[in-house]
Design a protein around this ligand. Structure first.
Ligand SMILES: C[S@@+](CC[C@H](N)C(=O)[O-])C[C@H]1O[C@@H](n2cnc3c(N)ncnc32)[C@H](O)[C@@H]1O
Length: 214
């Protein structure tokens, strides 16, 4: 591992808004960390946190928590939020299938999944973040009627998600096969992550599904 990456891993302990395998705030995020009663929005596979940071800036009356396993990316996200002095944002470094150890049932209002790895091999489908392995975990921590948003460049992940949803009690609220061609200028689409910018440069279409688990 390079020196820079090693430094970032070691420095994670100094970031007051990073929780690295630390579940001590379970059930107490609003009261003990954010110190407000505002709703909690998760971004899964947050990478360097571009989407969470964009949302936290646009919506000061909500709390945002980005989750990713890569320590160096979480370090970058936390460092940017320090510079921006954002108080309504935190990060968890862990595997996403552990997310129910960090939150009580119904503690979370919304979940964003942004440009998650599509794991194109069929044999890897359980690793996709909208597989039948992950969705019950999200349902457990979401409020009743809680919303999940998926933004992706991947046809495989987009079609797969709709297939999985068709098999379980769920409701698709919005389904945009090409966000930009459809001129969907909804408030959140002006935030572009590192991967979204890269995919747009490569002329990929960006797809979006908003759904509920019933
Ligand atoms: C393609 S990147 C997208 C990053 C960011 N959302 C963006 O759009 O720039 C996918 C991210 O998902 C994370 N990831 C994939 N599977 C994960 C899992 N099961 N648990 C935690 N993180 C995961 C990877 O570490 C990586 O940072």
């Amino acid at each position: 591992m390079g020196k820079n990456k090693l430094f970032k891993f070691a420095d994670l302990v100094n970031k007051i808004n990073v929780f690295d395998k630390d579940i001590s705030l379970k059930g107490k995020w609003q009261q003990d960390f954010f110190k407000n009663g505002n709703s909690i929005v998760l971004e899964l596979a947050c990478g360097k946190g571009d989407y969470s940071i964009g949302m936290a800036t646009q919506f000061p009356d909500k709390n945002f928590i980005g989750v990713d396993i890569k320590g160096n990316r979480i370090w970058s996200a936390a460092t940017i939020t320090e510079k921006l002095e954002l108080k309504n944002i935190a990060f968890i470094r862990d595997q996403i299938d552990k997310i129910d150890t960090y939150f009580l049932p119904e503690e979370v209002s919304e979940i964003w999944i942004t440009f998650a790895d599509p794991f194109p091999r069929k044999s890897d489908h359980k690793r996709r973040l909208t597989s039948a392995k992950f969705l019950p975990i999200y349902k457990k921590i979401l409020k009743p009627n809680g919303i999940i948003h998926l933004k992706t460049d991947s046809d495989i992940l987009y079609e797969y998600t709709k297939e999985v949803l068709a098999e379980i009690p769920s409701e698709i609220i919005k389904d945009y096969p090409d966000v930009y061609a459809m001129n969907k200028n909804e408030e959140l689409f002006n935030i572009q992550t590192y991967y979204e910018k890269m995919h747009l440069k490569n002329e990929k279409t960006i797809k979006y599904i908003c759904f509920r688990l019933l």
